[in-house]
Design a binder for this molecule. Sequence first.
Ligand code: ATP
Ligand code: MG
Length: 558
Amino acid sequence: MEKETAKETVSKNFIEQIIEKDLAEGKYDEICTRFPPEPNGYLHIGHAKSILLNYGLAQKYHGKFNMRFDDTNPTKEKVEFVESIKKDIQWLGADWEDRLYFASNYFDQMYEAAVKLIKKGKAFVCDLTAEEIREYRGTLKEPGKESPYRNRSVEENLELFEKMKNGEFEDGSKVLRAKIDMASPNINMRDPVIYRVAHMTHHNTGDKWCIYPMYDFAHPIEDAIEGVTHSICTLEFEDHRPLYDWVVQELEYAHPPKQIEFAKLYLTNVVTGKRYIKKLVEDGIVDGWDDPRLVSIAALRRRGFTPESIQKFVELCGVSKANSSVDYAMLEYCIREDLKMKAPRMMAVLDPVKLVIDNYPEGEIEYLEVPNNMENPELGTRQVPFGRELYIEREDFMEVPIKKYKRLYPENEVRLMNAYFVTCTGLEKDEEGNVTVIHCTYDPASKGGNSPDGRKVKGTIHWVCAQEAVEAECRLYENIVDEEKGVYNKEDGSLNLNPNSLSVVKGCFVEPALGKAEAYDRFQFVRNGFFCADCHDSKPGAPVFNRIVSLKSSFKLK
Ligand code: ATP
Ligand code: MG
């Protein structure tokens, strides 16, 4: 018992430890976390980590999880992204209940906060140009230089800031800066800009504002207004934490939130940068932001990943303070594990060749009862048609077998999965020597694929009934970038694309049940992998399947 408790403590991540300490010390009665995306693109697997981490913590400690669009920057934001982000978060299973917020709704409070700082002598209006501000800032080795406008009176600052708000100044001509310390070893503390003039229309507030707060000023205020207790962000904000703390302290919030940083999730051989994805979309290299080769959440969903597989993946990645990247194979492992028991196992032939059973009655179709998933009887059974003419995979037949080949070759007997034993009796070829038809005889006594007399067959192959089969398209994927060369071209920074990242296989034959597949239905195609009906292109009677992942893997969970 004691041992178990110890183990549990060890396995807690550092954020959980901070939260438990805060709760134990009575710092907060209830925790509140948030996910604060900027609506300037689609969410990707890295964001999923942040969402599930924040939501998971709120769940675990019976607190709240807020959804907040950090839409304080009017240049890049779009309503389209707001909708896609909400959809993706809901799909992942994170529930913000009735707490959907927009940072832009706090512009009045942020303005008031800035006025408060001015009144406290902690902020000033500065007329230096952006370039001058940069020059005055100093370097890591050298302290900065104070702005000549730093000692303006409170009255003058209040008047100028109001004029900034009223649109009396051009973009870039004036900014509001926090008055902190130009000699601070932390450059973020050297009188950072907290408000700028920008005559721009905002997607939510329209033309009401022509001044906009900077991220480092806005974010702690957003957190404080919402009662966020633990503001979890990624490592690059570590150096900004002193400024975060300065803002909440100077604004004298009764329950100041605290910022905690963790390492971003990086995946090997995938592209997450918005800039790169945008270019792939614009250049027509991928089929939109949800192309199944991408790792946006929309793309993972379209490819066939489940929310559960992504939850599992994020859990396995853990939470850390050190940047590292995770092998894409781990994500594949998670979806395989999730679908292994859930997905019905069906027969689909991707590279068909005809097999004719010469001693089977012509024109007759029988229905065989087949379990949907041998390992999970709960999924029940289905009726699969069988007849004289079938399709099998071309690779399941060899005219001249290689060593140890256990599948079909002349005079060899194999099992047709769930059906009968068949023995190859001959073949037909076209003028180029390609096998066009394989002839067999079957043993009616081996129905169900069971040996009638104890004789054994080494190979089992899958098949579909030619007369009843539905023609399908299957899309097979490889990494979008060339694994060997690395993701980015060292010379010009472009992506090293893998020319084989998509193979469209037309003319596949699948069981009739698969002809009725609906968008996002997932299956195991025996021996070929896990597949998902494409949400854009799959139609009843003309299904299109995306391969989520093959069945085999070299990945091992440590
Ligand atoms: P990107 O630069 O990849 O487009 P971003 O950081 O600009 O992402 P935001 O909308 O600002 O995107 O991020 C929202 C939240 O998601 C932030 O809290 C951010 O720290 C977190 N986040 C972004 N990328 C990752 C990642 N790779 N791993 C974990 N969390 C991430
Ligand atoms: Mg960002």
